[in-house]
Write a protein that binds this ligand. Structure first.
Ligand SMILES: Cc1cc2nc3c(=O)[nH]c(=O)nc-3n(C[C@H](O)[C@H](O)[C@H](O)COP(=O)(O)OP(=O)(O)OC[C@H]3O[C@@H](n4cnc5c(N)ncnc54)[C@H](O)[C@@H]3O)c2cc1C
Length: 455
């Protein structure tokens, strides 16, 4: 049986970046991936002169690891930085979209009533919660900023990041920094102020200062894993589905299926980046409690609808990143990115492209039947808001049945079992987008941290 020092499970952005960081430090990890391509949920396609992304559309640079990775992969030359007007975002309410362009715009926006604006200003004077128990994001925000702020600001924002429902998401798990601001500084507003001050000091002392630019690549975000694959291909086993992990004398036997045949190999160390629901069944005989907790992590379905129009068809000015929709907006999509406004090359000359997201935790049932009907309703609702006349020139839909892991209430219990597992198994790291953040930036940063632990 072949033996490898480090085996990575899964070739999504988490697995591929982990491999890149390990290789950049002189290691030669093996990657096992079930599908015939790399990138996991990331999928970019060129259709009729448009470049469409189906999962992540862009990412924000939050850590130094992002640039280290793309330099190593040799794809820096294809990096795209979003146009300046992408910093402007809209939120939908009462058949209109309301611009938000920095903190001051909250004062003038018609999105929120005068009463709620005052309520937000009172936040520093609201007593901090004493109990350290897990709390839903909805309860946290309602307690600190009021119901209207929750309904029309937080609710759509959370739909944009997690396709999630604030009533289910855990504040401590999904936004730990914000939860900590309350415990440490008594207030989110005061906490944000202190964080800004502390960061300023740290940057002066030489801490890496992320650009916070919104970024992607000429051919879409899938260029990152594809760029890495080019540099590590001999150690990448595609069409190789992991079936079983058996601990043997401090090492692991991994059984996997490749083109209908079963194979085995020995791994001294494992880094798993498989989705929680896949890893759960592989962990049954290794750690029953952890396996149960992994199976509880919910992935709602999300449908991505990419649309292309001639600019002459569109009445609204295209001056923003796009807009998000609150649950109370009663629309059949969660939000719409104005893809070709963010990055110029996403549509042919004089055309514009948009990416709409359907489903999520709040609307999970609509993706279980009659997809054609829901796509058509969403297109019609979107066209009305954007004052679009006529049919799209191009239309492309992709369904993710299990799209984005939810850091829901109960997650902290999973975390307890996960930490216990890592304390007792230092040659088996569990990672992926259900731990430490689901954004591309988070996945890449966690990949570097995990790679360093294995060296
Ligand atoms: C619709 C949507 C929109 C998003 N928008 C954004 C965005 O705008 N910005 C942003 O930063 N992030 C966004 N995200 C989140 C981000 O894209 C993901 O969190 C990230 O790509 C997940 O990467 P991963 O490698 O952790 O997991 P995955 O991509 O799920 O990779 C896991 C890999 O494991 C493989 N696998 C599964 N089972 C087996 C097995 N038994 N054996 C071997 N391999 C197996 C899979 O085939 C897959 O390749 C979005 C996600 C979705 C779904």
């Amino acid at each position: 049986m072949d033996s490898y020092e480090i085996v990575i499970l899964g070739a999504g952005i988490s697995g591929m970046s982990t491999a890149a960081f390990l290789q950049s430090k002189g290691k030669k990890p093996l990657i096992l991936e079930k599908r015939d391509k790399v990138g996991g949920v990331l999928s970019s396609k060129e259709i009729d002169g448009y470049t469409f992304d189906f999962a992540a559309n862009s990412t924000v640079e939050k850590y130094e690891s992002f640039f280290k990775l793309i330099q190593w992969a040799g794809i820096e030359k294809d990096l795209l930085i979003a146009n300046r007007n992408a910093s402007k975002k809209y939120l939908y309410r009462d058949h209109q979209i309301h611009a938000l362009d920095g903190p001051l715009s909250y004062i003038f926006t018609k999105l929120l009533s005068f009463r709620t604006k005052l309520r937000v200003l009172k936040e520093p004077f609201i007593a901090a919660r004493q109990s350290g128990e897990d709390e839903s994001m909805a309860d946290f925000v309602k307690r600190r900023f009021g119901q209207e702020f929750l309904d029309y600001t937080l609710n759509p924002l959370v739909a944009g990041v997690y396709a999630g429902d604030p009533k289910d998401l855990s504040m401590q798990a999904a936004y730990p920094n914000m939860a900590e601001m309350e415990t440490k500084h008594g207030s989110v507003i005061m906490g944000s102020y202190h964080t800004l001050k502390e960061n300023k000091k740290a940057y002066k002392k030489g801490k890496y200062r992320p650009s916070r630019n919104i970024m992607s690549f000429k051919r879409g975000l899938n260029q990152i894993p594809r760029g890495i694959a080019k540099k590590i291909s001999p150690q990448l086993f595609l069409k190789s589905e992991v079936l079983e992990i058996i601990p043997i004398d401090g090492k692991y036997q991994i059984k996997y299926m490749k083109e209908g045949k079963e194979f085995s190999l020995i791994a001294e160390k494992i880094i798993s980046t498989l989705p929680a629901y896949v890893l759960s069944s592989l962990m049954k005989d290794i750690d029953k409690n952890l396996s149960t907790e992994l199976s509880k992590i919910y992935y709602p379905p999300v449908g991505t609808l990419n649309l292309g129009f001639h600019k002459e068809q569109i009445g609204k000015d295209l001056d923003s990143f796009g807009f998000l929709v609150p649950e109370k907006g009663n629309l059949n999509f969660l939000g719409a990115l104005w893809s070709s406004t963010i990055f110029d090359n996403r549509a042919p000359k004089d055309h514009a492209s948009f990416t709409l997201y359907l489903g999520g935790s709040r609307n999970r049932e609509i993706l279980q039947s009659d997809l054609k009907k829901w796509v058509s309703i969403a297109t019609k609702q979107f066209s009305e808001i954007m004052e679009i006349e006529g049919e799209p020139k191009t239309k492309c839909f992709k369904l993710y049945e299990k799209a984005i892991p939810q850091y829901n209430l109960g997650y902290m219990n999973f975390k307890k079992y996960l930490d216990r597992f890592h304390e007792t198994n230092n040659n088996f790291i569990i990672s992926g987008n259900f731990i430490g953040g689901n954004s591309i930036s988070d996945c890449i940063n966690n990949a570097e941290i995990n790679a360093n632990k294995m060296i």
